[in-house]
Design a protein around this ligand. Sequence first.
Ligand SMILES: Cc1cc2nc3c(=O)[nH]c(=O)nc-3n(C[C@H](O)[C@H](O)[C@H](O)COP(=O)(O)O)c2cc1C
Length: 198
Amino acid sequence: MVYHEGILVTSNEVVNAAAIGADIEASKIRCMIYRPSDTARNLESEKRFTYCLTDDPLLFFKGALTGNDEPKSPELSEEELCLQDDFFYPKKATKVYFCTVDSTFEKYIFDEYGEARLKGVEGTIICENKIREAQPLDREDPLVDAMVHATRLSIADEEKKESLQGKIREILAAEESTKNHRKDVKDKIIEFVEGAFS
Ligand SMILES: Cc1cc2nc3c(=O)[nH]c(=O)nc-3n(C[C@H](O)[C@H](O)[C@H](O)COP(=O)(O)O)c2cc1C
């Protein structure tokens, strides 16, 4: 199994994109999805989804830090999406996996934020396509790492929020890229983190 960070696309009333980790081995894929979320809800009825790798940090931002558990709010516009064989995927994907759901299971865990309900999803990759040659982002990337911590702000108490804010600042200090698209995402993450305290 190889663990990836990517964007999981489902559709129900609207097309939903969420940043989700996935274990992939040959034609099998497995994800653990927190509830409540649009992704977990959509996969109750939808038996197919797209999993995408990407080198675009803005896609992670939109998937992780916008439209959380908001079934009527699409994270991506129609112009940002492609459709192939009934599977939607973001234009900025570097590789896409078209998947069907084989089985789901429920899991309860108790972590530092309290009790959490997860939906496990096991699926089969029926088709995979490399869209373009590029190194996809993963958790080694400071922007991606900072966003993982930022998604926890909504479930953290005031004390934990402050320690998460410190952690995110520390991670983002390591982000030294001069590329405009990365600087823009860094600013958006900072704005999101500050918004969690207002
Ligand atoms: C790199 C990264 C990986 C993530 N992996 C997961 C995951 O494996 N499971 C999960 O439930 N949420 C994960 N998240 C958080 C979700 O992206 C976030 O909760 C999202 O808003 C859910 O959106 P939805 O309500 O549209 O499904 C991850 C976030 C980031 C930045």
